[in-house]
Design a protein around this ligand. Structure first.
Ligand code: NAP
Length: 490
């Protein structure tokens, strides 16, 4: 069991009398303790952030920020394995995925370091003696609130551009994975050139410190990734203080397979994205496969044979290819959906649930595939956030698009097809922030992500992601002769 310390309001806070215990979802053992903060700690972190922005060059000097981010990336590179192991212990994901998640942030941070140096405004000539200077400023103090499924990646996706743009940040990690996140953020807090107070880590429950941050008048923006119901709550709680809110929420992504596609690749990418990647606990999980009728049986067979070879087990065991679900609530929710679906859908694979899994058995649920699902069934439109796939068939492209767009979400989608005209038509007509063609779950720091409909508000990553953390000011300059004088030096 490890006790984690956190950077808070310009100094370090260790585990004191109030703390949160984190358990390993593979066996129920307590693996970490983190400080459980209170509302007054949020006040202290906000005051320190405001003071740091007022007294340091952080908000004004993109080169300083780039330098700090690059130093962070270098430090992180030395600690990937250690942080990844903590992530396996707290989240349950397999070690290969955890390592990828942590190591991949190095390039995200470096990309944002580059943006910090190139963030620029523009000028307009608005008359013989009038200029308009359009400047780009940071929002101020930003709260980054993140979930437990990809806790390091989803935090960095917001934090790196927030810092690159010159903001101070309060990070509220998900409680289930707060130890791994604290270790990860310690690599930034230890960078000597980071002005004290620019980064605080606010561990504690969402309903206490999370809500305190959302309501705080000194916080100028919330960047939230998580569940839609929490997102709605945040919008309501942020309204009295008019702060900017960016939301990255859930999904119910369609995965369209046309008969001419590389069917082996399609089945392999689908199984990886809905089953072995974080046990289906990923917002982009392609939980609805839409398969052209003429290749439906072939795809179903391929999926069943892939599933038969998936090895469910502790993420630290090198033989495991899929870990447990991360939280007891998530386990109960997935099990409930599977039990209900078994009543009125045809089960193609999996679906075995131990009658009453005790915490020490681990929160394991195997890959499960259903077909012949009645229209309107919850399985077709609710986000399950687990290894549960539905298979539906289509005969025309119009039908494929109608099925793809039949939920309130619009986060991501896939089109597997060899015909370029057909691929482009489907990709354009599916309402989703990302459409992957003949591949899935490819994320790059350069390219935006975000949702249509219930999947969110705003865009993360890429240049638009950075711009979310800025505000624009117009300085209008009248330099008619006699109205302005350039002062002498000295
Ligand atoms: P969640 O329950 O909404 O929690 C997310 C974060 O919000 C946690 O840090 C949580 O703290 C905090 N929180 C809870 N109540 C709050 C409140 N009233 N005010 C402020 N903060 C509050 O989501 P989750 O269960 O961790 O994550 C799963 C969900 O995230 C799924 O719906 C998934 O689709 C979505 N997700 C979306 C994306 C995307 O990019 N679109 C990516 C990944 C996940 P505690 O941990 O202390 O409760």
């Amino acid at each position: 069991m490890k006790e984690h310390r956190i950077p808070l309001a310009g100094s370090w806070r260790s585990v004191g009398e109030l703390y949160t215990e984190i358990t390993n979802p593979a066996d129920g053992r307590v693996v970490s303790r983190v400080p459980a903060l209170e509302r007054q700690d949020v006040d202290a972190a906000v005051s320190a952030a405001q003071e740091a922005l007022r007294t340091s060059d952080w908000a004004w000097d993109g080169r300083l920020r780039a330098d700090v981010l690059l130093q962070w990336a270098d430090r992180l590179a030395d600690r990937v394995d250690e942080i990844a192991e903590r992530l396996v212990l707290e989240n349950g994901k397999v070690r290969r995925e955890a390592r990828f998640e942590v190591a991949n942030q190095i390039q995200v941070i470096r990309y944002n370091a580059g943006l910090a140096r190139s963030l620029a405004g523009r000028s307009h000539s608005l008359g013989r003696h009038v200029a308009g200077l359009v400047t780009v400023e940071p929002m101020g103090v930003v709260a980054v609130i993140s979930p437990w499924n990809w806790p390091i990646a989803l935090l960095t996706r917001d934090l790196a551009p927030a810092l690159a743009a010159g903001n101070a940040a309060l990070c509220k990690p998900a409680s289930q994975t707060a130890g791994a996140t604290a270790d990860f953020l310690a690599t930034l807090a230890e960078v000597g050139d980071l002005p004290p107070g620019i980064l605080s880590v606010v561990t504690g429950s969402g309903s206490r410190v999370g809500q305190a941050m959302v309501e705080h008048p000194g916080i100028n923006m919330i960047a939230f990734t998580g569940d839609g119901s929490t997102g709605q709550r945040i919008l309501r709680d942020a309204a009295p203080t008019f702060k900017k809110v960016v939301l990255e929420l859930g999904g119910k992504s369609p995965f369209v397979i046309c008969a001419d596609a590389d069917l082996d690749k399609a089945a392999g990418e689908l199984a990886s994205a809905i089953f072995t990647t974080t046990s289906g606990q990923i917002c982009t999980a392609p939980s609805r496969a839409l398969v052209e009728a003429s290749c439906f049986e072939e795809i179903a067979e391929r999926l069943c044979s892939i599933v038969a070879n998936i090895k469910l087990g502790d993420g630290l065991n090198e033989n495991s290819t899929m870990g447990p679900l991360t939280t007891r609530e998530q386990y109960d929710k997935v099990v409930r959906h599977i039990r209900e679906a078994k009543q009125n859908c045809r089960l193609l694979a999996g679906g075995d649930i131990p009658e009453a899994a005790s915490v020490n058995d681990g929160l394991f649920v195997g890959p499960t595939i259903f077909t012949d699902i009645p229209p309107g069934a919850p399985l077709l439109h609710e986000e399950i956030f687990g290894p549960v796939l539905t298979l539906q068939s289509f005969s025309t492209d119009e039908e494929a698009v109608a099925l793809a767009n039949s939920t309130s979400f619009g986060l991501s989608a896939a089109v597997f097809c060899r015909d370029l005209n057909r691929t482009m038509r489907l990709s354009r007509e599916i309402r989703a922030g990302t459409v992957w063609v003949n591949t899935y779950n490819r994320f790059y720091p350069e390219t935006e992500v975000g949702g249509y409909g219930d999947s969110g508000i705003g865009r993360m990553a890429g240049e638009s992601g950075l711009r979310e953390f800025t505000q624009t000011k117009h300085i209008n300059l009248d330099f008619t002769p006699g109205t302005i004088r350039v002062g002498r030096v000295g």
